[in-house]
Structure formats: structure tokens, C-alpha cells
Design a protein around this ligand. Structure first.
Ligand code: CTP
Length: 423
């Protein structure tokens, strides 16, 4: 595997807590967020008071798609997720840019604001990307602080030499965002995927259903099953026991998943109900909405000179709505998909309400994203995650990256990261 490919694998579906401290280089943290989210990494930002003099919470939120945390004293944040949970909700904490001031406070164990409190409370690996005036960088106090932080296992990236904003030349410029990204990928590659879904049971449906017309013909759709298989694999990779109820597709199940092969919507519903109880249900299958009322027992033959008999159709059961019904066996989290060709957002929001599921992953199947022949069945996806809190647009990603990201969000929800509980 190439270095770039292994970096992409390490970043995919991981979570970074990004602390933006004060300094003119803070604007480069925006580029870092873009690179991270593009690689499938979830980014949650903490902005210090000094950082807020250079970039706004709105910019960080717009690029990360997550709420931005700025204060230790927010009642809302404390009720939804305490600072301890925030510091542990990530696979890696990144301080970019790291000012001389925040490095000093880290070295001395101060907890004078949200950022430093998180840094003191976390047992997650930390990477810092310093940026400051050359004299501040060279000052023995800063160098002593750096030595202390390095000795504690903190990774330091940069700074680079160059002309500074203050017109001096020397070390102190923030390392370029792609260099910081590579250092993050290298650190995450050493961190195994967290087994935070160990002991949980996840049900995933995937693929199309085939509804027989006669013994040789059926009604179906273009679903490839790729997204559902990738999600089943991503949940299994985090330690979940996964039951994959699959319509007819040409895919091998990932290790750690138990596949139950079905053909029709009615068989899919029966297999899902038999798989209960489950903690998580992710229903990606493109279930045929209708089936032929009474499939012919033998092959329908052409009648020369006569038009074919019309097909009488019956509505299929709605598996997502059935599993979402309140009751003791309802999974804690039910996630549906919405494949739409028009009015993506309004249709998906309405679908979430109509079906009673917690989240909807909405995708536009009106446009082929990767030159695939049909409107479904490609290798990439551009989705929006719809929860009670609103819609979150994800970038154009490989279906495996969508799966890893979704699995990370599901794990955060299931393990009680309260900020994810806007179900
Ligand atoms: N779904 C289901 N059972 C059905 C139909 C759909 O479980 N009989 C689930 C799909 O797996 C998906 C979600 O419902 O998670 C939405 O599927 P979609 O095909 O987008 O919507 P429909 O309910 O079929 O509505 P419409 O065709 O009107 O858009």
C-alpha cells in the first residue's frame, strides 16, 4: 500500500479534536479542516479567546460541520457533553496553530480555559503545530516548554523557516497543512481502530430486493449493495457483531459480519425481525416498494397479436418503519437511507419523520458521481446526515469513507457521547 493510501486509511472515519489558538496562522487551520474532512475524518473544533481574534466560530463550524466549543462555562455544552467527554471523543487532539502561550500553559499543567482544561484532562494522543514570532520560538522558555511536552510524548510538527507576518525571518512559521495532515495520518496509523462497539449487535440491510413476476422474471432496481456492505464492515471493524441481511448482489461480506441472503422484501423483513434484538439498525437496502400481487407459477408466454396482461402490484411492507416503531425491542439507534432524485433535503427530512427513524442518510441518486452507467450503484457517495438537530453535508467520499464516518458517529452515539444524541 502506498504511503498516501495508508494515510487515507488511517484518516478515514477517525475523529480529531482541533484546538485553534491565537496567531496569524490560525487561518491555515481552516485549510487543515478541509483536508481532514476530505479524507473522511470527523473534526470537532475548540477555539480559544485569542484564536477567536483571527478566525470565527462560524468559519470553523461551516467547514467541520460540527458545533464549535469556545468556553468552559457553557451550560448547554456541559449538559450535552462535559469537557472530559469532549477531550475523549477524539482519536487525536491537534493544537493548530499552537501559540507560545498555549505551549507554556500545557507544559505547566494550567487549566485556565476550555482548551487547556481539555488538554489536561485527556488521555488521547496530542499533536501540536507551533507558530509564533522567531524570537518567541527561540526563547529558552519556549524551548524548555517544548522539551517538557516532547518528553511527555506530545508530537511536535514544525515550525518551518521563512518570512513571518512580522517581517522577521527564521523558524516560527506554521508547517504547511498537508505536512500536518501527513503527521496526523502517521500518528493515527499507530492507533488501532477503537473497539467501542464491542458487545453490541448491529443489523444492516443492503442491496436490492427481487420481486418475482414469474419463475424467470422479477422487479428490481440498480442498487449494488456497496454502501451497505461497507457500513457492515465498518461497524464490525469497531467490534460490533453484525448481521447483514442482503438482497441479491455480487459482493463478499466483510470479515466479522454474518450474512443472511434474501430475495424479496417480505423475506428481508422476516430476516430482520428474526435478527432482533439489536442495538443498532442501519437500513441501506433499496427495497422494492411494490411486489407482484400473485406471481405466475409458470413462465408467462407471449400471446401473438395480444397485449400483455397488466401486472397487478401490491405495496411491500416498510422494513424501516416497522423496525422504528416504539417498543421494547426497538434498536437504540435506527438509521435509514433516502435515495432521492429531487428535493433531496425536504424529501429526506419528511422521510425521517414519516418512518420514525432517528437518522437519515440522504443521497442524490439523480447524478452519477463517478461515471457509473446508472443513477445508483457507483463507488462514491455524497450524502447529508439528517438528525433531529438538522442536516450536515458530507463531502464527496468513497463509499468506504462514508461507512467509516457513519460508524464513528454511531459509536459516539451508542457509547453516550451526549453531543451525538440529537436522535
Ligand atoms: N425501506 C424499507 N422498506 C421499504 C422501503 C424502504 O425499509 N419497503 C427503507 C430503505 O432501506 C431506506 C428508507 O426506507 O432506508 C428509504 O428508502 P427509499 O427507497 O428512499 O424510500 P421509500 O420509502 O421507498 O419512499 P419513496 O420511494 O417514495 O421515495
Amino acid at each position: 500500500m502506498s504511503a498516501a493510501a495508508s494515510g487515507a486509511v488511517a484518516l478515514d472515519g477517525r475523529r480529531v479534536l482541533l484546538i485553534v489558538s491565537g496567531g496569524i496562522a490560525a487561518y491555515k487551520s481552516l485549510e487543515l479542516i478541509r483536508l481532514l474532512t476530505g479524507a473522511g475524518t470527523g473534526v470537532r473544533c475548540v477555539l480559544t479567546d485569542a484564536g477567536g481574534q483571527f478566525v470565527t466560530p462560524l468559519s470553523l463550524q461551516a467547514l467541520s460541520g460540527e458545533p464549535v466549543h469556545t468556553t468552559l462555562w457553557s451550560l448547554t455544552d456541559e449538559s450535552e457533553m462535559g469537557h472530559i467527554a469532549l477531550s475523549r471523543s477524539a482519536d487525536l487532539v491537534v493544537v493548530c496553530p499552537a501559540s507560545a502561550d498555549i505551549l507554556a500553559r500545557m507544559a505547566h499543567g494550567l487549566a485556565s480555559d476550555l482548551a487547556t482544561t481539555l488538554l489536561l484532562a485527556t488521555d488521547t494522543p496530542v499533536l501540536v503545530a507551533p507558530a509564533m514570532n522567531v524570537r518567541m520560538w527561540q526563547h529558552p522558555a519556549t524551548q524548555a516548554n517544548l522539551a517538557t511536552l516532547r518528553a511527555r510524548g506530545i508530537t511536535v510538527v514544525g515550525p518551518d523557516d521563512g518570512v513571518m507576518a512580522c517581517n522577521e525571518f527564521g523558524p516560527g512559521r506554521l508547517a504547511e497543512p498537508p505536512v500536518i495532515l501527513a503527521a496526523i495520518a502517521a500518528l493515527l496509523a499507530r492507533e488501532p481502530v477503537p473497539q467501542d462497539l464491542a458487545g453490541r449487535h448491529a443489523l444492516v440491510t443492503a442491496g436490492p430486493t427481487h420481486e418475482p413476476i414469474d419463475p424467470v422474471r422479477y422487479l428490481a432496481n440498480r442498487s449494488s449493495g456497496r454502501q451497505g456492505y461497507a457500513i457492515a464492515g465498518a461497524l464490525a471493524a469497531r467490534g460490533a457483531r453484525v448481521t447483514l441481511v442482503s438482497g441479491p448482489v455480487n459482493l463478499d461480506p466483510s470479515p466479522g459480519t454474518t450474512r443472511i441472503a434474501v430475495e424479496t422484501a417480505q423475506e428481508m423483513l422476516a430476516a430482520c425481525e428474526a435478527a432482533m434484538p439489536a442495538d443498532i439498525a442501519v437500513l441501506t437496502a433499496a427495497v422494492a416498494d411494490w411486489r407482484v400481487d400473485v406471481p405466475a407459477a409458470s413462465k408467462l408466454k407471449k400471446q401473438p397479436g395480444r397485449s400483455p396482461a397488466p401486472l397487478a402490484l401490491t405495496l411491500n411492507p416498510d422494513i424501516l418503519a416497522t423496525l422504528s416503531r416504539p417498543g421494547p425491542s426497538r434498536p437504540k439507534l435506527v438509521v435509514g437511507f433516502a435515495a432521492e432524485t429531487d428535493d433531496l433535503l425536504s424529501n429526506a427530512v419528511a422521510k425521517r419523520a414519516a418512518k420514525g427513524c432517528d437518522w437519515i442518510v440522504a443521497n442524490d441518486v439523480g447524478q452519477p458521481l463517478d461515471g457509473s452507467p446508472g443513477i445508483m450503484g457507483g463507488t462514491h457517495n455524497e450524502v447529508q446526515l439528517i438528525t433531529a438537530a438538522g442536516a450536515e453535508a458530507w463531502p464527496h467520499l468513497d463509499k468506504h469513507e462514508v461507512a467509516a464516518r457513519l460508524a464513528a458517529r454511531i459509536a459516539a452515539f451508542i457509547t453516550g457521547d451526549r453531543s451525538e444524541t440529537h436522535a
